[in-house]
Design a protein around this ligand. Structure first.
Ligand code: ACO
Length: 328
């Protein structure tokens, strides 16, 4: 039994932070950001009283409404995030409370920018096993909460947002999640991390003075690994499933850098018209980029029954992977 996506939704906060806005607070410029990354603007959740669970709850409520089901029918909620409201309780439990999904169990999954693919494959296992009928898989991030807005090398890259899908058992084996190749390499951990606030360096005046509560990245190193990792896994998923570029209707890549996306598409021999891109409008929303792309394509009515979708990601950990989906 395969897991199929029966509903999608996204939620982006209204407030826009454009490249021009960043020019006013940082030594940067619109041209550098656009040509090096493809980003024009990103969304920011400004309300200090709201965090990732708020974004994810908005998504969950829309999914329930669109599918016409009650929260009581949900068996499991998985939230992929690296910016949970708190280290504990999990953001997934906060979403469960907010939507009143009292028959569900709920947990967070920490896979950074690959979190949604990890969570999608994890959720699908419970459907395939036949033990769960309705699994909510959401990727959500308030990246602005871990940005150092005096550091031009990181703060221009990220934005806030959330999106998700509902997984249910398919009626036959032809549609749904067909294949997944997921990888990790912890040796890349130091190149992209938030060093403070965990059990290694609990928050103190010193960790705050040293800005260890912000995301830190060696952009050049991550870039090199991401180009190879995303392109390799995309090619692997195509080969394993005997797919040519003509067979693929949409490539849905993680949105970290337009140049990484282009390199992946070139390696796959896929026309850029088949590639989902919204990095220009939202920047890198980490675990949310791929489900935001899926929800946008769905809202625009572009996803047809039988379409072949390849999802690929690369992120902190390192974590990376590719998923082959046949749309219901
Ligand atoms: N504005 C203007 N100049 C800048 C800016 C900026 N915002 N940021 C950096 N620069 C400068 C640098 O200081 C450097 O100047 P120098 O040559 O005088 O030292 C120059 O621009 C080039 O810097 P690089 O870091 O080499 O720039 P690069 O072309 O590598 O682009 C970037 C940087 C965009 C971060 C790129 O390396 C990248 O996309 N890396 C991968 C990101 C990624 O995929 N992350 C994984 C997913 S995220 C996750 O998991 C959370």
């Amino acid at each position: 039994m395969k897991a199929v996506i029966t509903s999608t939704a996204k939620y982006l906060p209204e407030s826009i932070l454009s490249n021009r806005d960043l020019e006013n607070i940082l030594d940067t410029n619109d041209e550098w950001i656009r040509t090096r990354t493809g980003i024009r603007e990103r969304r920011i959740l400004k309300d200090p009283e709201k965090a990732t669970s708020y974004l994810c709850t908005e998504v969950a409520q829309q999914i329930l409404e669109k599918r016409g089901i009650s929260a009581a029918e949900i068996d499991l909620i998985i939230v992929a995030t690296m910016t949970p409201d708190m280290i504990f309780p999990s953001t997934a439990c906060l979403v469960q409370k907010d939507i009143q999904a009292m028959n569900a169990w709920a947990f967070d999954l920490s896979g950074a920018c690959s979190g949604f693919l990890y969570a999608l494959n994890t959720g699908a296992q419970f459907i395939t096993a036949g033990t769960h009928k309705k699994v909510l898989v959401i990727g959500g991030e308030k990246m602005s909460a871990i940005m150092d807005y005096t550091d031009r090398s990181t703060s221009v890259l990220f934005g806030d947002g959330a999106a998700g899908v509902l997984l249910e058992p398919g009626k036959d084996d032809s549609h749904g999640l067909i294949d997944a190749r997921l990888y990790s390499d912890g040796r890349g951990g130091d190149n992209l991390c938030m060093p403070g606030g965990g059990s290694l360096r609990p928050t103190t005046h010193e960790t705050v003075d040293r800005k260890l509560h912000y995301l830190q990245q060696d952009g050049r190193q991550v870039f090199k690994s991401a180009v190879v990792g995303m392109a390799d896994v995309a090619a692997e998923v195509m080969n394993r499933n005997h797919l040519t570029s003509e067979d693929i209707d949409f490539l849905i890549p993680h949105q970290a850098n337009h140049r990484i996306i282009q390199a992946t598409a070139e390696r796959m021999g896929i026309d850029m018209e088949k590639v989902a891109i919204n990095i220009d409008r939202y920047g890198n929303t980490s675990a949310a980029t791929i489900p935001i792309c899926i929800a946008e394509l769905d809202e625009e009515g572009k996803l047809q029954t039988g379409n072949n979708l390849i999802l690929v990601s690369f992120g902190a950990g390192y974590t990376w992977g590719g998923i082959y989906l046949n749309w219901l």
